[in-house]
Ligand binder design. Structure first.
Ligand code: ATP
Length: 218
């Protein structure tokens, strides 16, 4: 059965400054929902507030019509990839996959480049390798929804391609919300697309709207 996640009336303020006054997004299992926006427009804050990692002045988050105050408090519901690295440096890659109950061998078959990394410590892998590892840890959580903040950062084109394939594969089991500045990656993979601008989210129906809102040049 398709599951639905709807967040609306999201209002986020830091001190006196309103960052988002009317945030709305809808995601569902089987689909990838892309979120675009210029630097500082509030994409990370929006995802964090929906997940429950930061407080919002106001928000309404519903899953299948039921109000859920914090996604993060409901077991098996959602997982979130923060923009910044989150796995401690001293952990070995294999240990982290074990802790996350993720089958590293199955992933290594899909991504052979992970093989030589499994015995390395997190602070010994490259920036792109670390990003990929942390993205996979979150993407493969046994949850209904994943929220991914800039999973393509630091990734080489071939790693981006592989991650595209894994996202397409995982969306058959999950609803995925994705934000990144590699906008072509987002537009090519998303089933629905939102833009954050002027403190609001807008559902984008046509790529031209990205130009009209000043996200892209003509
Ligand atoms: N904890 C905080 N305290 C005060 N201001 C904050 C805090 N977190 C974020 N901001 C501000 O809120 C605004 C939105 O930040 P956010 O990181 O959500 O934007 P973003 O769209 O994800 O940006 P980018 O694409 O550059 O990562 C920025 O102006 C930022 O400086």
């Amino acid at each position: 059965m398709t599951q639905h996640l709807a967040a609306d009336s999201v209002r986020i303020q830091f001190q006196q400054r309103i960052v988002i006054s009317g945030g709305f997004i809808h995601a569902e299992t089987g689909k990838i929902t892309g979120l675009l926006g210029r630097n500082g427009n509030g994409k990370s804050s929006f995802l964090q507030a929906i997940f429950g990692a930061i407080p919002a002045e106001f928000k309404s988050v519903r899953v299948n019509g039921e109000w859920v105050p914090e996604l993060l408090s409901v077991k098996g519901l959602a997982a979130y990839l923060p923009q910044k690295a989150f796995v401690p440096d001293a952990f070995r890659v294999k240990t982290v996959f074990d802790l996350y109950d993720t089958n590293i061998q199955a992933l290594q078959n899909l991504m052979p480049e992970l093989k030589p990394l499994s015995s390395q410590r997190m602070d010994q892998v490259s920036g792109g390798e670390r990003r990929l590892i942390e993205t996979l840890l979150v993407l493969f959580r046994p949850v209904s929804f994943v929220l991914l903040d800039e999973p393509f950062s630091f990734l080489s084109p071939v790693a981006v391609e592989r991650l595209h394939e894994l996202l397409q594969q995982e969306k058959t089991r999950k609803g995925i919300i994705l934000t990144d500045h590699r906008y072509r990656s987002i537009t090519s993979i998303s089933d629905s697309l939102y833009l954050l601008a002027n403190q609001r989210t807008y559902l984008i129906q046509h790529p031209d709207e990205l130009i009209r809102w000043g996200y892209l040049h003509e």
